[in-house]
Write a protein that binds this ligand. Sequence first.
Ligand code: ZN
Length: 133
Amino acid sequence: MTDSATNAPIDDTDRPMRQSLWRGWRRKCPCCGEGKLLHSYLKVNNSCSVCGEEFHHHRADDGPAYLTILIVGHLMAPLLHVTFTTFRPEPLTLFTIFAVGCTSLSLYLLPRLKGAVVAFQWAREMHGFETSA
Ligand SMILES: [Zn+2]
């Protein structure tokens, strides 16, 4: 395993959280930042094609969906209230705008949050991501 910026070997105990989360958000390998973490929208690759880091033991489960609902709900519910009380649009217009907005935002966030959750587990050495001797 090598660091992509410096091409220096990564110390197995050196897994910076912020860098890992950013790489996961970009759907890249949290270890090298080069290889793809996901394929087919949400499926996690078994291993990195660049550095060979294994991802098959991740346990993202419902975490990314939970975070997506949490964020989209907390953004769109107040926005819906403000839009309704301020502009009083036609109900069908309001529904159409917010249905498209919620769906689009969810589809945007879900794979990025899944990458971030897997990267978090990698950085914290959870669920089989522990360093191998
Ligand atoms: Zn990699």
